[in-house]
Design a protein around this ligand. Structure first.
Ligand code: CTP
Ligand code: MG
Length: 236
């Protein structure tokens, strides 16, 4: 029996959390007894179909070592190779993984700032993309009516939402495709992995994400994320 491609999670966690606005980097903000980052890593490390989890932290990170990651340490690799942008952190992580992966292995890039990732989203990505040559992303069709504003916060136009999706993570791509995309793209412009892969001319697949899989961006997001985490923990 051939083993098939492996599924390796890569979590960029080298940001500063400027919109969050705290002295402590956002990924270390406490949430339900652990740093935000722990929850994102644990959702991946505890999933039976994820082989390994690699986290990219900043070279001068002073916080990671002071937290307890022993619950997931057996499947976790810590890479001190953060970059100036999210895309650069991911690119550095991919470079570090090079000798451990094949071009066809799957890389699931997931934000450290998304602590409430349901296991079912990982299953949907892996199942939907199993035979795909490129990959795809978790995303949700936009539900709200969209308005474009002018400089005075007045509505300039109503934007048709048909066909519009909001991108989430994980974003799951073949290692070879993603590495090529991030080596060739403008790291200062790209905002997600799919964007870099699209720039190569590919059309990544959209896979249904989950509203619970929110990104903690502002301090106000912590309360909702805490509620969701607690609800998810009591339902499993
Ligand atoms: N990230 C990273 N390296 C960077 C910038 C961001 O690894 N140079 C990571 C963040 O730590 C986070 C993910 O990319 O896990 C998504 O980024 P975002 O939510 O925007 O976090 P920050 O960039 O830290 O926040 P902000 O944009 O408000 O500064
Ligand atoms: Mg950012």
């Amino acid at each position: 029996m051939s083993a098939g491609p492996r599924h390796i999670a890569l979590v960029p966690a080298a940001g500063s959390g400027s919109r969050f606005g705290a002295a402590l980097p956002k990924q270390y903000t406490p949430l339900a007894g652990h740093p935000l980052l722990f929850h994102a890593l644990a959702a991946l490390a505890r999933h039976p179909r994820i082989d390994r989890v690699a986290v990219v932290i900043s070279a001068d990170d002073e916080w990671f070592a002071s937290h307890d990651f022993t619950a997931i340490a057996g499947r976790l690799d810590v890479l001190r190779r953060g970059g100036d942008t999210r895309a650069e952190s991911v690119r550095n992580g991919l470079r570090a993984l090079e000798s451990h992966v094949d071009a066809h292995d799957w890389i699931l890039v997931h934000d450290a700032a998304r602590p409430c990732l349901p296991a079912v989203v990982i299953d949907r990505l892996i199942d939907t993309l199993a035979d795909d040559a490129i990959g795809g992303i978790a995303a949700l069709p936009v539900a709200d009516t969209l308005k474009r504003s002018d400089a005075d916060s007045r509505i300039e136009a109503t934007v048709p939402r048909a066909g519009l999706w909001a991108a989430q993570t994980p974003q799951m791509f073949r290692y070879g495709v993603l590495r090529d995309a991030l080596e060739r793209c403008d790291l200062a412009v790209v905002t997600d992995e799919a964007g870099a892969v699209e720039a190569l001319g590919h059309a990544p697949r959209l896979v249904e994400g989950d509203p619970a899989n929110l990104k903690v961006t502002y301090a106000r997001d912590v309360a909702l994320a805490t509620h969701l985490l607690q609800a998810m923990e009591t339902s499993t």
